[in-house]
Design a protein around this ligand. Structure first.
Ligand SMILES: *Cc1c(COP(=O)(O)O)cnc(C)c1O
Length: 400
């Protein structure tokens, strides 16, 4: 038997049929079929409320929409946050459908001219990832006769320790090396751009609260130094995000109370900040429900073979940025609270051994027809999985 991650507190401790957003999993699958993602937006509301209460007022909360860009989801999340951060022209269009451009910022390397132009025309902020991109944005704005809103993404000289995905402290396609930033800021201002400030993102999926606090303090300090060196005040300092959620056995949640307190000590007076989060906001609200099609024994191992797998939940299969495959939390949706009495491997229908949602996990006995619930499916699920692979088609998504 191998351990699995903790079931999120919103669903742990239930008994009988798993309830999501006030309805049972069997109701949801009767309505939408399987496989299906169900997103309980009351959970998102609750989490953003907790974070708002924990953070200093000068720090606004942004949602990084790549975590869950479903339009119906964005419609609900958008009014709850101060800004939406996007990373492509496609995401820009989705964000502008639900948010005023003044509160939309566009980061990401390799922005094409049409994407730069769309952001400039709309009045969204471009987080510039290189000097070349700065030149192209200025030229496009000049041709259009528009003042572009430009922020500078900084490649910091430090990384977020313990983060699942490090985004600083090394040569990078993301951001401009800190030493080159002041000169660029001066150049943008001299060219007549509306300089919007800095974007500094040092890593993702960190659970070590002390490391997060240290990185945030270093980020605040770096922004101050860069602004001084540039001789300009930053209208907004986006300090990145990086707050992780517990996916695996032994993971503990970030102490957002501590993060808020330490951030309050670190920030500069009269300076506006933003924190940009994806998975912390959206991850725990989603449950992926897939039906067991077959149950078979091979050698020593029992397999529950489901109608959905890595084609919808790539991350849970361990193939989306993890070094060692570990188990996400899983339950048999109709048997919450029933003690595990067997060890099984939960796999999807794809013709690849990679398609494993649960590796030798302890679960109560389940048969074909029963529904498996895979938690933490609200972020980097449907939109970060190869739904076209093997032609099963996309899963339904319900925003509740
Ligand atoms: C992906 C991304 C995020 C969100 O990361 P999470 O780990 O989901 O919080 C935030 N900012 C930037 C720049 C990103 O690329």
């Amino acid at each position: 038997m191998k351990p699995m991650g903790p079931i999120p507190p919103y669903f742990a401790g239930q008994s009988g049929d798993l309830r999501i957003a006030g309805r049972s999993a069997s109701d949801w699958v009767a309505e939408a079929g399987t496989p299906v993602f169900v997103y309980d937006t009351a959970i998102v509301r609750e989490r953003i409320g907790q974070l708002r209460a924990a953070l200093p007022r000068a720090v606004e909360i942004h949602f990084a929409i790549k975590a869950n860009p479903l339009p119906a989801f964005l419609e609900i999340v958008s009014p709850l946050v101060g800004g939406l951060d996007v990373a492509s022209g496609g995401e820009l269009a989705k964000a502008l459908a639900v948010k005023d451009a003044a509160h939309v910022s566009f980061a990401g390397p390799g922005k094409r001219d049409v994407e730069l132009e769309a952001a400039i025309v709309a009045g969204a902020t471009l987080n510039l990832e290189s000097e070349g991109e700065a030149d192209r944005a200025l030229a496009i704005a000049e041709r259009l006769g528009v003042t572009p809103k430009l922020a500078v993404r900084v490649n910091p000289s430090f990384e977020l320790k313990g983060s699942g995905m490090k985004m600083g402290g090394r040569p990078s396609p993301f951001g401009i090396d800190a030493a080159r930033v002041p000169a660029l800021v001066r150049r943008l201002i001299a060219a007549g751009a509306d300089w919007r400030g800095f974007h500094i993102f040092a890593g993702s999926q960190a659970l070590d609260s002390d490391a997060i606090c240290e990185t945030q303090a270093a980020t605040v300090g770096l922004a101050r130094e860069l602004a001084e060196a540039a001789g300009a005040r930053a209208p907004l300092v986006n300090i990145g995000g990086g707050l992780g959620i517990p996916y695996f056995a032994g993971d503990v949640p970030v102490d957002i109370g501590l993060v808020g307190e330490r951030l309050a000590e670190a920030i500069e007076p009269d300076q506006a900040y933003a924190i940009e989060l994806g998975r912390w906001i959206a991850g725990e609200c989603g449950v992926y429900l897939t039906r067991i099609v077959d149950r078979k024994v091979s050698g020593e191992e029992t397999f529950l073979i489901c109608d959905g797998g890595l084609n919808h939940q790539l991350a849970a299969s361990g193939n989306f940025g993890t070094v060692v495959r570990r188990n996400y939390p899983i339950a048999i949706a109709g048997k919450m609270g029933i003690a595990a009495d067997e060890t099984v491997s939960v796999v999807g229908p794809l013709c690849t051994p990679l398609d494993r949602l649960g590796d030798k996990v302890a679960l109560p006995h389940a048969e074909p027809g029963d529904v498996v619930a895979l938690f933490l499916a609200g972020a980097y699920g449907a939109s970060a999985s190869p739904a076209a692979f093997l032609g099963h088609g996309p899963a339904a998504e319900i925003v509740a």
